[in-house]
Structures are given as structure tokens and as C-alpha cells.
Design a protein around this ligand. Structure first.
Ligand SMILES: Nc1nc2c(ncn2[C@@H]2O[C@H](COP(=O)(O)OP(=O)(O)OP(=O)(O)O)[C@@H](O)[C@H]2O)c(=O)[nH]1
Ligand SMILES: [Mg+2]
Length: 149
């Protein structure tokens, strides 16, 4: 029964993906280690894809072995989430980007497809070099920033 429900939702999601006005591409942006993937876990929890018990520890979008070993994102990873607003269904394509400068090419590529970015700032460390660089780059690409600290 539950499998059938999931299949129906998948069909619905695939149908919405063909309607660009019902698709939004959102990504995380931050200096290295400021909590992008942890924030992403919280959003996955909000979407019902992760249990509150493991959200923030799983770092689900750091699924490559080296990322889990180093506790660092090395490549942009994305997931599609179902969302309803004003009674209308939407697909949110969520991109979790790396923060380390060595992987900034992934951020540049991700920004080309983003409508908006969740800018995460560690409240202790504050605004750092990559926060500023990625934010400037986002504005150049007309990506609307949303601040989380
Ligand atoms: N105290 C505290 N620690 C946090 C918080 N958010 C994340 N962390 C910790 O900070 C570390 C880095 O978290 P990540 O979410 O992997 O950071 P990131 O920005 O995705 O890192 P990169 O993708 O490698 O740039 C982890 O050890 C988290 O447990 C927070 O709100 N408070
Ligand atoms: Mg990360």
C-alpha cells in the first residue's frame, strides 16, 4: 500500500517537473563548514524524508564516501522536494553546494540554475571570505539570497 502511495507521488512529481512555472531551484551558499549540509538535513526533515533523530547527523547530501569520511562537501548534490503553496503543487530542486574554495567551480555551475540561495552564516565565525565571494557571485547571477545564521 505504502509503495503504491510513493509511486503516485513520484508520478505527480514527474508531471510537475514538466511545468517550469511550478519548479523552483534553490541552493545553499556559505563559507566552508558553516552548516550548509546540516541546514539541508533540516529541510529534508521538514519534507518528511529524514527522521528528526538523525537530521543534522546524517548529512544526507554528503553521500559520497570521501565526503562522509572528511565531513566536508566536495561536490554539489541535489534533491527534488514536493511542496504545496496556495493549494498549488511545486517542485523545489534543492542544491547543496560545497564551501571549500577548491570546489568553487561546483558553486559557479549551481548558481547558473538557482532562482534563490539560502546563505548560511556561522553565528560564531561570522561573514568570511567565501560568504562574501559567493554572495557577490549570486547577485551577479540574479540569484535572490535568503539569510540563515
Ligand atoms: N554548534 C553547531 N554546530 C553546527 C551547526 N550546524 C552545523 N554544525 C556542525 O558544523 C560542522 C559542519 O557542518 P556542515 O553542515 O557539514 O557544514 P557545510 O557548510 O556543509 O560544510 P562544507 O560543505 O564542507 O563547506 C558539522 O560538524 C556540524 O555538526 C550549528 O548550528 N551549531
Ligand atoms: Mg556541506
Amino acid at each position: 500500500m505504502s509503495v503504491r502511495v510513493i509511486e503516485k507521488r513520484l508520478d505527480e512529481m514527474l508531471a510537475i517537473m514538466r511545468k517550469p512555472d511550478q519548479v523552483r531551484n534553490i541552493g545553499t551558499l556559505a563559507h566552508v563548514d558553516h552548516g550548509k549540509t546540516t541546514t539541508t538535513d533540516s529541510l529534508l526533515m521538514g519534507a518528511g524524508l529524514l527522521s528528526p533523530k538523525v537530521a543534522g547527523k546524517t548529512l544526507a547530501l554528503d553521500y559520497v564516501e570521501i565526503e562522509q569520511l572528511r565531513q566536508m562537501t566536495v561536490k554539489a548534490a541535489n534533491i527534488s522536494l514536493y511542496f504545496e503553496y496556495g493549494g498549488k503543487p511545486y517542485i523545489i530542486n534543492l542544491v547543496d553546494t560545497p564551501g571549500h574554495i577548491d570546489f568553487c567551480g561546483h558553486v559557479t555551475r549551481s548558481l547558473r540554475v538557482m532562482d534563490g540561495a539560502i546563505v548560511v552564516i556561522d553565528a560564531v565565525e561570522g561573514v568570511m571570505t567565501q560568504t562574501e565571494t559567493y554572495l557577490k557571485h549570486a547577485l551577479e547571477e540574479y540569484v535572490k539570497p535568503i539569510l540563515i545564521d
